[in-house]
Design a protein around this ligand. Structure first.
Ligand SMILES: [Zn+2]
Length: 154
């Protein structure tokens, strides 16, 4: 199984930074921040398709996706969160959590990655990660979801 969500190798590091571990998932800050606050929530175990998760795993995982989506929404002051599950090329079950704002980039349609990336400095990623984690921490506390932050400079 050649999967970068499982091996956590340099292919993954080129695309995203680890932000937090929850019970069922791991949360990453996407390096391309043209939608500021964009994250990925990946299932801890390797599964390819939604029906391959156990009921407990699916319920727990999506509770965590919901907490992350709410945190991203608060951080980005989003008008809508797009949650996307694709996985054609990287099949490991994961959800893209992408904040959208009315009238701004790609509003009214699906977000796409076929336009120029917006990469930031490590200090900028750290600042976004810290702010997102602060939001996520509050939400997880209110829902009794255990949160283990992973961001370095927090
Ligand atoms: Zn995997």
């Amino acid at each position: 199984m050649d999967c970068f969500y499982c091996s956590k190798d340099e292919r993954q590091a080129a695309l995203m930074l680890p932000l937090a571990a929850l019970r069922w998932s791991e949360v990453y800050l996407f390096r391309d921040q043209k939608h500021r606050g964009r994250c990925v929530v990946a299932l801890k175990e390797h599964r390819d398709e939604i029906w391959q998760l156990s009921e407990e795993q699916r319920a727990g995982f999506f509770e965590e996706v919901s907490a992350v989506a709410e945190a991203v929404s608060r951080y980005a002051q989003a008008d809508k969160i797009n949650c996307a599950i694709y996985g054609d090329l990287v099949s490991h079950f994961h959800v893209h959590v992408v904040p959208k704002r009315r009238g701004e980039l790609q509003w009214g349609g699906p977000f796409t990655d076929d336009i120029e990336k917006k990469l930031l400095t490590e200090a900028e990623y750290a600042a976004i990660g810290k702010a997102l984690l602060a939001e996520l921490d509050g939400i997880c506390r209110s829902k009794a979801i255990p949160l283990l932050p992973l961001a370095g400079e927090g």
